[in-house]
Design a protein around this ligand. Structure first.
Ligand code: PXP
Length: 246
């Protein structure tokens, strides 16, 4: 059955909008840890946060507090930089998802270029795995990237669903087929297969049919829905939509 990982970066975005530059934000609203515990209570099986180099939303202190208090898995999204890698090795989240990171992007854009960067990624994957952290790579649904991910020792891939989410009609169905083919390919290569980016309460009807998917990491749509119905209800609704059989 599909499992939900809730990305709570945008809870921190709201906090940082009021308290810009604040690095140890545990006394400020909205509390990221409190949000994570609500998601946990509502049935999320993983909490995902992206510690960006520019610290635009999640702060180092958030990640350490989450590590200490969560019962469900903590998935740390991060760029492959020495600074963030050292933090990950200290935090020891259950999982790390390596993502490309551009300073000016609003959110993660393309997938990670595993092909062509095998050596540096192999080393990071080995260091994280050596610390007992399972490693995922956020990649485009392309066979070359999946084969390279398996070859450098990743445990999992997260298939980038952004292009699918941005498309409509026939084009969207073409993207869906690409994701389906990629999921089968990754599964056959021995990788655990997750997916994320742009998944919402509408396109989940298509995504949930993709074979072999394990976790879906969903952020913006859930936090947006929470403005109207509350976070607990928003998470429960998404879990219901993920399991609906129509
Ligand atoms: N997965 C990855 C690797 C991401 O970078 C993001 C965005 O932070 C997400 C999932 C969640 O995307 P969204 O906020 O569009 O649901």
């Amino acid at each position: 059955m599909l499992k939900l990982g809730v990305n709570i970066d945008h809870v921190a975005t709201v906090r940082q909008a009021r308290y810009p530059g604040l690095l140890d934000a545990h006394n400020c609203e909205p509390d990221v840890l409190a949000a994570a515990l609500v998601c946990e209570r509502a049935g999320a099986e993983c909490i995902t946060v992206h510690l960006r180099s520019d610290r635009r939303h999640i702060q180092d202190a958030d990640v350490f507090r989450l590590r200490e208090r969560l019962d469900v898995r903590l998935n740390l999204e991060m760029g492959n930089t020495p600074e963030i890698l050292e933090i990950a090795l200290r935090v020891r989240p259950d999982e790390v998802c390596l993502v490309p990171e551009g300073r000016r992007e609003v959110t993660t854009e393309g997938g990670l270029a595993v092909v062509g960067n095998e050596e540096e990624l192999r080393e990071t994957v080995a260091r994280l795995r050596g610390a007992g952290i399972r490693v995922s790579l956020f990649v485009e649904p392309e066979e070359g990237q999946l084969d390279a991910s398996a070859a450098i020792g990743a445990d999992m891939v997260e298939l980038h669903t952004g292009a699918f989410a941005n498309a409509q009609g026939a084009a969207q169905l073409e993207h869906l087929e690409r994701i389906e083919r990629a999921s089968v390919h990754a599964f056959q290569a021995g990788l655990k297969v997750n997916a994320g980016h742009g998944i919402n309460y509408s396109n989940i009807r298509l995504i949930r049919k993709v074979p072999h998917l394990s976790d879906l990491n969903i952020g913006h749509s859930i936090v947006s829905r929470a403005v109207f119905v509350g976070l607990e209800a928003a998470v429960r609704e998404m879990i219901f939509m993920m399991s609906a059989m129509e």
